[in-house]
Design a protein around this ligand. Structure first.
Ligand code: PMP
Ligand code: GLN
Length: 385
């Protein structure tokens, strides 16, 4: 009899990102599935990592993160958003954003609570809620713009609701929140004890001169929010797995109570390197380069039978439809595209609890031009089936 351990969540045994990246590797396919860049990180960042290790930054960092990194984040947010953040009490450095989201849910939820998730959603949210004994209440965003229907959110709220997780710029759709969305949310949660987790990992990957509105810019919501960030996206180093959580001193205390017994602290040399890198004057914004990649990818996709949805406003991702090419379920189609044409993507049904299949694929365009060119050449050969 095999050992039976409890199932802590109802999601797949293996995430779609691992499934598709492994399939891509197995078939030597071009990988536009999992969201990671294939271009190198900046030379300065590599050197700083070496400098950190050679200057002795090799032991445990303080539990909340290296002071130089927390100070650098404070300065950065003042400069970019004119927000004042207390580096000592309001910032906690984490091993990536996924971990920070889990920790925030864990700080908020008790068994039997409910948390609202707007779908399609990044695939860790629902399992994270379930791993804390709570129930995820799923509210669908309105295709094709993937905006929020606030009446639906309102109907999902009851006395058990303890958290709402939001994500802007949004994975997988690339939609972004305006000021009005935050205001609507503020009105819904006023006079409740609902906490907000705001996943803003793509805050700096926003295009066409549009601003990112952070939950931290809304004074009323800020009081009840955990805002979550990831350096991986900003500096093309997703494998470093360094993120952070910004929350009021009170909420940060609850967050750190858990963090100290989950990972305690985060890779010291990488924190040092990031801090020194961020404080350089004249650091190039990453969104210009990624906006060019988005435009290049969209132009090339005209030569393929795929129909692109509205161009993404932010993130690494662009959605496209294969309607008219095949009636296959999207998961099957994505596998077929990988094995038959050598291009891996993510089927968008993976981001829905009920596996809603709108015949959409998510393409990651954070790739070298040559990768995008080779992938789209292959996609231009796709025949209806
Ligand atoms: N949130 C969203 C919306 C994401 O797309 C990702 C993927 N990188 C994360 C969180 C996790 O970021 P990290 O790699 O820092 O854990
Ligand atoms: N955030 C990345 C994506 O959406 C993947 C992260 C992961 O593999 N868990 O593709």
């Amino acid at each position: 009899m095999p050992i039976q351990l409890p199932q802590k969540h109802n999601a797949a045994d293996t995430t779609i990102f691992t499934v598709m990246s492994s399939l891509a590797q197995q078939h030597n396919a071009i990988n536009l599935s999992q969201g990671f860049p294939d271009f190198p990180i900046e030379h300065n960042l590599m050197q700083l990592l070496y400098e950190a290790a050679s200057h002795g930054f090799n032991q445990y960092a303080p539990m909340s993160g290296l002071p130089i990194l927390r100070d650098a984040i404070t300065r950065n947010f003042k400069q970019r958003y004119n927000i004042d953040i207390d580096a000592d009490h309001e910032i906690t450095i984490t091993p990536g954003a996924t971990y920070a989201i889990y920790t925030a849910f864990s700080a908020i939820l008790r068994a039997g609570d409910e948390a609202i998730v707007l779908e399609p959603a990044y695939d860790s949210y629902v399992p994270n809620i379930e791993m804390n004994g709570a129930k995820a209440i799923l509210v669908k965003l309105e295709a094709p713009t993937f905006s929020v229907d606030w009446n639906k959110v309102k109907s999902a709220i009851n006395t058990r609701t303890k958290a709402i997780i939001v994500n802007t710029p949004h994975n997988p759709t690339g939609s972004i929140w305006g000021k009005d969305d935050w205001q609507q949310l503020a009105e819904l949660v006023r006079d409740t004890d609902i906490m907000i987790i705001s996943d803003e990992v793509y805050e700096q990957l926003i295009y066409d001169g549009k601003p990112h509105y952070s939950v931290l810019q809304h004074p009323e919501l800020r009081e009840r929010s955990f805002a979550i960030y990831s350096f991986g996206k900003v500096f093309h180093n997703t494998g470093w797995k360094i993120g952070y959580c910004i929350a009021s001193a009170n909420l940060s205390r609850s967050f750190r109570r858990l963090h100290q017994f989950l990972s305690f602290s985060v890779n010291t040399p990488a924190q040092y390197a990031l801090a020194k890198h961020i404080i350089q004057p004249g650091l190039q914004a990453v969104n210009i380069m990624l906006e060019e990649k988005r435009n290049y990818f969209l132009k090339l996709m005209h030569n393929t039978p795929f129909k692109m949805l509205q161009q993404t406003n932010g993130s690494y991702f662009q959605l496209g439809s294969f309607e008219g090419i095949s009636d296959m379920p999207d998961t099957e189609f994505a596998q077929w595209l990988t094995t038959e044409y050598g291009v891996a993507t993510i089927p968008v049904s993976a981001f829905y609890g009920d596996k809603t299949d709108n015949k959409l694929l998510r393409f990651c365009f954070a790739k070298k031009e040559e990768t995008l060119l080779a992938a789209t050449e292959r996609l231009s050969l796709v025949k209806s089936c």
